[in-house]
Design a protein around this ligand. Structure first.
Ligand code: NAD
Length: 329
């Protein structure tokens, strides 16, 4: 069976080939899945895609006509694929539900600490032989209230680490996990109470109609003045322009993001020789109290190994006609 692997950067390819061990014919394709790149999957029964790839109704129809019957997502999130259309075309879709929640949780904590202890500024200073600590005053995480929005796999892993700092932890989720209260003293509260009482707010939600722009002008106004906001989930959870206004006014004192709402135009590629066309992204990057990483929270050896392992498992299950728990349709 021939499988086109879209967005197959070197860091993916090595792990996939090791796990595959020659079982399937993997065709690595560096570019993302788009209308103008579907032809690269000619002759393939299956394709594999990542979060930058787009599998909307038009693209799925093209792939179906070419004989593609299975899509192996290498991600947990599946907002980039039209599942209804896939179902209608009888294209099976499987994902990697939890390849390493700790990888994303640890990156979340890295963003919080880098912002709270002003590590980027300190590092820039010392490289210019400026060893002054003026303006680098941080705060103890143990003295702060952290609000976790979404207590699924990644939210839980983040809570587990935060508990070690001794932070007060508030949580909001449609489904409450009472074990978190017993184990880590987490208090579930309403969305509004979490916004009003948290010094740091971190999002760990899937992107859907109810969570799109969950952080907007109205919800920001309900937050404490000087709040730190962290988003390692999906860019469209934040109404970026509203966040920029709050950064300008100081209502948000620090922002750590691994995702951006229009990231597909820039992320995962080197655009350093071009003029930046996205004014919102450029403005975001102009703030010294903003840390933006290019969707790398997942990027650890453990996560890549688990992604490769489960992706090959899913392809194998499809070939044998054995639907497993990772299949979405
Ligand atoms: P999960 O499904 O385990 O948890 C999501 C939680 O959100 C669930 O507990 C669910 O009940 C809750 N939820 C859903 N809709 C809600 C709503 N409207 N209000 C409140 N709670 C709601 O998912 P996860 O594994 O923890 O991943 C979370 C997200 O992280 C993924 O959907 C993905 O977008 C993102 N992610 C990012 C990276 C990265 O590299 N930056 C990597 C993996 C995942």
């Amino acid at each position: 069976m021939k499988i086109a692997i879209y967005s197959c950067h070197d860091y993916f390819q090595a792990f996939l080939e090791t796990q595959n061990n020659g079982a399937f014919e993997l065709i690595p394709i560096k570019t993302a899945l788009r209308k103008n790149t579907t032809h690269l999957a000619e002759g393939c029964t299956a394709i594999s895609i990542f979060s930058k790839d787009k599998a909307d109704a038009t693209i799925l129809t093209q792939l179906h006509k070419m004989g593609v019957q299975f899509i192996a997502l290498r991600s947990a999130g599946y907002n980039n694929i039209d599942l209804e259309k896939a179902k209608e075309l009888n294209i099976k879709v499987a994902r990697v539900p939890a390849y390493s929640p700790h990888a994303i949780a640890e990156h979340t904590i890295a963003l919080i600490l880098a912002l709270s202890r002003k590590l980027i500024l300190a590092n820039q200073r010392v490289h210019q032989y400026n060893f002054s600590i003026e303006g680098l005053t941080g705060f103890n995480l143990g003295k702060k209230t952290v609000g976790i929005i979404g207590t699924g796999n990644i939210g839980k892993a983040t809570i587990q680490i935060l508990a070690g700092f001794g932070s007060t932890i508030l949580a909001y989720d449609l489904q409450k996990d009472q074990c978190l209260a017993t184990k880590y003293g987490v208090k579930y509260v309403s969305f509004e109470v979490l916004l009003a009482q948290s010094d740091i707010i971190s999002l760990h939600l899937p992107l859907n109609e109810s969570t799109k722009y969950i952080i907007n002008q109205k919800s920001i106004q309900q937050m404490k003045k000087g709040v730190m906001l962290i988003n390692t989930s999906r860019g469209k959870h934040l109404h970026t322009k509203a966040v920029i206004e709050a950064l300008k006014s100081g209502h948000i004192s620090a922002l750590g993001v691994d995702v951006y709402e229009n990231e597909s135009d820039y992320f995962f590629e080197d655009h350093s020789n071009e003029v930046m066309q996205d004014d919102t992204l450029a403005r975001l990057l102009s703030f010294s109290n903003v840390i933006l990483t290019p969707h790398q929270a997942f990027l650890t050896e453990t996560a890549l190994l688990n992604i490769a392992e489960t992706t090959i498992e899913n392809i194998s299950a499809f070939q044998k006609g054995k639907i497993n728990k990772n299949f979405l349709v």
